[in-house]
Design a protein around this ligand. Structure first.
Ligand code: 13P
Length: 323
C-alpha cells in the first residue's frame, strides 16, 4: 500500500476510467478553509459523488502544508466513517515546479498537476516528463496542461488565451506520459470568462477543438479548468448586500454539460465557491449587525455551498449517485 492509499485516498486513474465509461465528470473542488472543505465532503456524501479535492500552491502557502495535510486526513476520516463512503482523490492544482510536485507527493497527494503551459512546447514536455517519471514511480498520477488559459487564479494571470492545438496535444500526451490533460477551449480562470472583457459577449466553448482532441486521443481523460458557471443569483446577492461586482461571465451550464458529454471527465471549480461564500457572509453580516460570532456567518456560507455543490453534482457533472 502506498502513502496516499494509507490515508484513504484513491488514484485519479481509477476514477477517470469510471467517469469516462459512465459519461459523467468528476468534480474537482478547490478549498481554501475548513468550511469549504466540509462543504465538499458533505456534498459528496449526500449526493453519493466521487470527488477530487484540490489544493493550490497558494493555499498550501497560506495555511501551511502541515495544516493542509491534516485537514485532508481529517476529511478522509469523516468520509471513511460514514455509512456510505465515496472515493476521494487529492490533486495539486497548477503545480509550477518539479520541487513543488515532489513535496506534494511526499505529503501523500494521489495526483499532481504540473502546469508548464506558459513555457515553450519542448520545455513544457521536458518539465512534465520529469514530474511524470518521479510520480509514476510512486503510483501518483499527473495532469499536464497545453494551451494557455486566460484569466486570473491566485498569482497566475494571463491576458490572452491560446487554444490547445489538437495535434500538439496528441504529441504532448505521447511524449510526456501524463494521465490527463488540461486544455484551453474557451474556458478561463476567475469571474470574467473568455473574451467577455473585450466584446462584452461571451465566446462559447470551442467544442469543435474538444472533439478533435478526442478524435486524436480516444478515451483519454481531458480536464476542464476555469469552468465556474458563476450563478447570477450569488452575484446579485453580493451586490445587494454592499458588494460591487460589475463585470462577470461564467461558462453556461449547458456548455459544461456538452463538454462532459465529450471527452471532459474532470471539471475544476474554485470561483463559484468564492461567490457562494462571499454572498452568504455578506448577507448574514448585514442582516445580523449585532452578531460577532464567526460561526453564525461561516456556518450558513458552508451550508449554501453544500447545496450548490450537490446541485452541480446532480445537474451539471452527472457525478451524483455514481459512488
Ligand atoms: P474557476 O475560476 O472557473 O472556478 O476555475 C478554477 C480552476 O480551474 C482551478 O484550477
Amino acid at each position: 500500500m502506498n502513502a496516499y492509499q494509507k490515508i484513504g485516498l484513491v488514484s485519479t486513474g481509477e476514477m477517470f476510467a469510471e467517469a469516462l465509461g459512465g459519461g459523467y465528470a468528476l468534480p474537482a473542488y478547490n478549498f481554501i478553509n475548513m468550511e469549504q472543505l466540509q462543504a465538499v465532503v458533505q456534498a459528496s456524501l449526500r449526493s453519493r459523488s466521487p470527488v477530487i479535492l484540490q489544493v493550490s500552491k497558494n493555499i498550501r502557502r497560506y495555511a501551511g502544508p502541515e495544516l493542509v495535510r491534516s485537514m485532508v486526513k481529517g476529511a478522509l476520516d469523516i468520509v471513511r466513517q460514514s455509512p456510505n463512503p465515496v472515493p476521494v482523490a487529492l490533486n495539486l492544482d497548477h503545480g509550477d515546479s518539479f520541487e513543488l510536485c515532489v513535496s506534494c507527493i511526499e505529503d501523500g497527494f494521489s495526483s499532481v498537476m504540473i502546469d508548464g503551459s506558459a513555457l515553450p512546447f519542448e520545455e513544457n514536455i521536458a518539465l512534465t516528463r520529469r514530474v511524470v517519471d518521479h510520480a509514476h514511480a510512486r503510483e501518483v498520477a499527473v495532469e499536464g496542461e497545453l494551451g494557455v488559459l486566460s484569466g486570473v487564479e491566485d498569482d497566475l494571470a494571463h491576458e490572452e488565451a491560446l487554444y490547445t492545438d489538437p495535434e500538439a496535444a496528441e504529441e504532448f500526451v505521447r511524449r510526456t506520459g501524463v494521465d490527463s490533460l488540461a486544455v484551453s477551449i474557451g474556458n478561463a480562470h476567475g469571474i470574467v470568462k473568455f473574451r467577455s472583457r473585450e466584446t462584452g459577449v461571451q465566446a462559447p466553448l470551442r467544442l469543435d477543438i474538444l472533439e478533435e482532441i478526442e478524435r486524436r486521443l480516444p478515451g483519454f481523460p481531458i480536464v476542464l479548468h476555469g469552468a465556474s458557471q458563476l450563478p447570477v443569483r450569488f452575484v446579485e446577492l453580493i451586490n445587494e448586500y454592499g458588494g460591487r461586482i460589475e463585470t462577470y461571465a461564467g461558462i453556461p451550464e449547458e456548455q459544461v454539460r456538452q463538454a462532459v458529454r465529450g471527452a471532459v471527465c474532470k471539471v475544476n471549480i474554485a470561483s463559484d465557491a468564492y461567490l457562494v461564500f462571499t454572498a452568504t457572509v455578506r448577507k448574514m453580516l448585514s442582516e445580523n449587525p449585532g452578531n460577532f460570532d464567526p460561526r453564525k456567518y461561516l456556518g450558513p456560507a458552508r451550508d449554501a455551498l453544500i447545496e450548490e455543490y450537490i446541485r452541480k453534482n446532480r445537474e451539471v457533472f452527472g457525478s451524483a449517485g455514481r459512488a
